[in-house]
Ligand binder design. Structure first.
Ligand code: AMP
Length: 285
């Protein structure tokens, strides 16, 4: 194994030059795209990539095209110094930290047929979000040409859409899904969690508890009954508002009517807590 020393790139030119050299040596590249403000969820993806690839590349890029709300983009946490320290300590080889103009020298107007995957759940309430995700991830894949790319199950709908994109564009990259990393009290780790006030942070584990309870009800209740129960439970919440709760299969993201055995079923939700939007999900089968 090579001795690890981390290099930070801000330009496509410098990064691709290095990557071309590695490819000439038949080295495999594992890629972890992120928007920074890194936590243990991101690090779990890095930890999965390192033993599976010769070199691990992490990108840190807060992608403007996936934010439909300019205020949300403005408030998105940015902690570059801490991020680089964490990545160095965890044995990452390369970090790509481009400016917006490097990724988008011109406005990206490409459209993609996501076959409705981008119209439900997150897509229904965040118009254009997933087209923005596909624009940036497709660009990053073209630049980095990784052998494997690592995504968290935390952003389940994103993962399904990335798999669809890779198949649609016939990209030679293997998509690896990694489990959700949670705080000790069950709250799914997220860069947005640091924006929660103390009272909100205290309430936040309710999200995980309700998902667990919902899963336990699967033996006795239909998907619709569980959806009704979860929606009712959130009505009693004082500071947390449910944006959606859906029970879907993992291919077309269609709502399921019954517990069919040949489907992988996932319960997904988004909430608003204070001014912060949080998402979570749980595999039900
Ligand atoms: P982000 O920086 O939020 O765009 O996330 C970058 C990657 O980290 C995505 O593939 C996320 O799904 C993944 N990720 C974020 N939070 C978690 C978590 N709590 N557990 C596992 N993966 C996560």
């Amino acid at each position: 194994m090579h001795k690890r020393q981390m290099t930070v790139y801000t330009t496509i030119e410098a990064l691709t030059k290095h990557l071309a050299e590695l490819r000439r040596q038949h080295k495999s590249i594992g890629f972890v795209p992120t928007m920074g403000a890194l936590h243990d969820g991101h690090i779990s993806l890095v930890n999965r990539s390192i033993p599976e690839n010769d070199f691990t590349l992490v990108s840190i890029f807060v992608n403007p095209t996936q934010f439909n709300d300019p205020a949300d983009l403005e408030k998105y946490p940015r902690t570059p110094e801490e991020d680089l320290k964490k990545l160095r300590e965890n044995g990452v080889d390369m970090v790509f930290m481009p400016e917006v103009g490097e990724i988008y020298p011109e406005t990206d107007r490409r459209q993609f047929d996501l076959e409705g995957l981008d119209q439900v759940m997150e897509g229904a309430t965040r118009k254009g979000h997933f087209i923005g995700v596909v624009r940036v991830v497709s660009r990053l894949f073209h630049i980095c040409e990784p052998d494997r790319a690592y995504f968290g199950q935390k952003d389940f709908q994103q993962l399904v859409i990335i798999r669809h994109m890779v198949a649609m564009l016939d990209m030679p990259v293997e998509i690896i899904a990694c489990p959700i990393i949670r705080e000790a009290d069950g709250l799914a780790m997220s860069s947005r969690n640091i924006r929660l006030g103390p009272a909100e942070r205290k309430e936040a584990p309710f999200i995980y508890r309700i998902l667990q309870e919902a899963r336990l009800k699967k033996d006795k209740m239909s998907p619709q009954q569980i959806k009704d129960w979860v929606r009712q439970s959130f009505k009693k919440q004082k500071i947390m508002e449910l944006v959606y709760f859906e029970i879907v299969e993992d291919k077309g993201l269609k709502s399921v009517e019954s517990w069919e055995e040949d489907l992988n079923i996932v319960a997904c939700l988004a909430v608003k807590l204070g001014g912060v939007r949080l998402i979570d999900n749980m595999i039900f089968d």
